[in-house]
Design a protein around this ligand. Structure first.
Ligand code: COS
Length: 379
C-alpha cells in the first residue's frame, strides 16, 4: 500500500495548480458576479488536455488515469468551481459515457472532438419531475423507421446552452420504467432542440445551467448509445464516475477555504497579535484540515478503485457525501474566521460557500448517496 503519487500524477497536480492560479484566478470574481461563461479559460483547459483526461489518446483524450483527473479537478475547483463543473461534466459524464458505451463510429464522430476539447458536451437526465427519482422520465423517444422522435423537457443541464452536443436520456416505453430508457446523442442545431431557460443560481454562476426543450426532434437511430432500454443503466454507471468528479470538485472548494483561512489568520491581527495565535482559531483550522485530509483520502481511494478495475460506486458515493459536506462546513468556518470580511465578495470565501452547496445536490443529492451506500451494504 502506498499513498505516494506517481511522477505523472504529481506533475498533473502541479500543472493544474499553477494553471488555475495564473489563468483562472484573474477574473473569477467578475465571472461569478456577471454569470459569464469562461469560454477562453475552457479553451486553455482543453489545450492542457483537461477536457478528456481519461479518454485514450486514439480517441483524442489525454490517456490518463482517474487519480490524475481527480487531482486536476480539485486544483481547478480550488480556484474556480464553475470551471470545475464544466470540466467534470465533459470528462466524467459525456466523454466517459461515450468512451465506455459508444460504438467506434460514434467515438469517431463525436468523442474525438469532445475529448480534445474542440467541442463541449452536456448530459441531460433530470427533468421537472425526475431528479432523485431518475427513472421517472417524461421525455419520450418514439421510434420512426431508422429515427427516433424526441419530445420533452430536461432541466438543470450543466453546459446546456454552450454544449455542441447533449447526451439525452429518454423513455422509449414508459410502461417499462427504468428498462424503457435509452440514451441519444443530440447535436446542437438539430431541428426541434432548443435551449429553453437559463437559471440564475446561488453559486457556480459562471457555468451555464439551462432547461432544454425537444419538440418533434428527429434523431438517427445510429445516435442511440447502446441497446434500446439500456439508458438507465448507462446513466447510473456514468453517474458513479461522475460522483468522483464532483467529490473532487468539493475537495477543491474545501481546500480553498482552508488555504484562505490559513493566510488570513496569519495576517489579521486582533488583541495585539495575529489571530492565528488564538486557540479558538487554531482549533477551527485544525478541525478543517483534518476533514479536508479525510475527504482527500476518500476521493483518491474511489478514483484508485476505478483505475484498479474494482467496483467503485459505493466508494464514489461515500466520497461525494463526505467531501460535499466538508466543502460546505469548511466554507462556513472560513467565513467565520474572516469575520465581516468573509461576508463580502472581495475576500472570495463567500463564493466558496455558494459554490460548495450545490455539491450536496447535483449528480445525486446527499440523501441519494446515503441510499446508494446503504443499499450496497444491505444487499
Ligand atoms: N450501476 C449499474 N446499474 C445500476 C446502478 C449502477 N450504479 N444503479 C442502479 N442500476 C440498475 C439496477 O440494477 C436496476 O436494474 P435491474 O432491475 O436489472 O437490477 C435498475 O438500474 C433500476 O435500479 P433501481 O431499482 O435501484 O432504481 P431506483 O428507481 O430505485 O433508483 C436510485 C435508484 C435512487 C439510486 C437512482 O434513481 C439514482 O441514483 N437517483 C439519483 C439520480 C441522480 O444522480 N440525479 C442527478 C442527475 S445529474 S445532475
Amino acid at each position: 500500500m502506498t499513498f505516494a503519487l506517481t511522477e505523472t500524477q504529481e506533475m498533473i497536480r502541479t500543472t493544474a495548480r499553477s494553471f488555475a492560479e495564473e489563468q483562472l484566478a484573474p477574473g473569477a470574481i467578475e465571472r461569478d458576479e456577471h454569470s459569464t461563461f469562461p469560454a477562453e479559460q475552457v479553451r486553455a483547459m482543453a489545450e492542457l488536455g483537461f477536457m478528456g483526461m481519461m479518454v485514450p489518446e486514439e480517441w483524442g483524450g489525454a490517456g490518463l488515469d482517474t487519480v490524475s483527473y481527480a487531482l486536476a479537478e480539485a486544483e481547478i475547483s480550488r480556484v474556480d468551481a464553475s470551471c470545475g463543473v464544466i470540466m467534470s461534466v465533459n470528462n466524467s459524464l459525456v466523454c466517459y459515457g461515450l468512451n465506455e458505451f459508444g460504438t467506434p463510429a460514434q467515438k469517431n464522430a463525436f468523442l474525438k472532438d469532445l475529448a480534445s476539447g474542440r467541442k463541449l458536451g452536456a448530459f441531460a437526465l433530470s427533468e421537472p419531475e425526475a431528479g432523485s427519482d431518475a427513472s421517472n422520465l417524461h421525455t419520450l423517444a418514439q421510434k420512426d423507421g431508422d429515427h427516433y422522435i424526441l419530445n420533452g423537457t430536461k432541466n438543470w443541464t450543466t453546459n446546456g446552452s454552450t454544449a455542441d452536443l447533449v447526451l439525452v436520456m429518454a423513455s422509449t416505453d414508459r410502461s417499462k420504467g427504468p428498462k424503457g430508457i435509452s440514451t441519444f446523442i443530440v447535436p446542437k442545431g438539430t431541428p426541434g432542440f432548443t435551449v429553453a431557460k437559463k437559471e440564475k443560481k446561488l453559486g457556480i454562476r459562471a457555468s451555464d445551467t439551462v432547461s432544454l426543450s425537444f419538440t418533434d426532434c428527429r434523431i438517427p437511430a445510429a445516435n442511440r448509445i447502446g441497446e434500446e432500454g439500456a439508458g438507465f443503466r448507462f446513466a447510473m454507471k456514468t453517474l458513479d464516475g461522475g460522483r468522483i468528479g464532483i467529490a473532487a470538485q468539493a475537495l477543491g472548494i474545501a481546500q480553498a477555504s482552508l488555504d484562505a483561512s490559513l493566510s488570513y489568520a496569519k495576517e489579521r491581527k486582533a488583541f495585539g497579535r495575529p489571530i492565528a495565535e488564538l486557540q479558538g482559531i487554531q482549533f477551527k483550522i485544525a478541525e478543517m484540515a483534518t476533514q479536508v485530509e479525510a475527504a482527500r483520502h476518500l476521493v483518491l481511494k474511489a478514483a484508485w478503485l476505478k483505475d484498479s478495475g474494482e467496483p467503485y460506486g459505493t466508494a464514489a458515493a461515500m466520497a461525494k457525501l463526505f467531501a460535499s459536506r466538508v466543502a460546505v462546513e469548511s466554507a462556513l468556518e472560513a467565513i467565520q474566521i474572516h469575520g465581516g470580511y468573509g461576508y463580502v465578495q472581495e475576500y472570495r470565501v463567500e463564493r466558496y460557500l455558494r459554490d460548495a452547496k450545490v455539491t450536496e445536490i447535483y449528480e445525486g443529492t446527499s440523501e441519494i448517496q446515503r441510499i446508494v451506500i446503504a443499499r450496497s451494504l444491505l444487499r
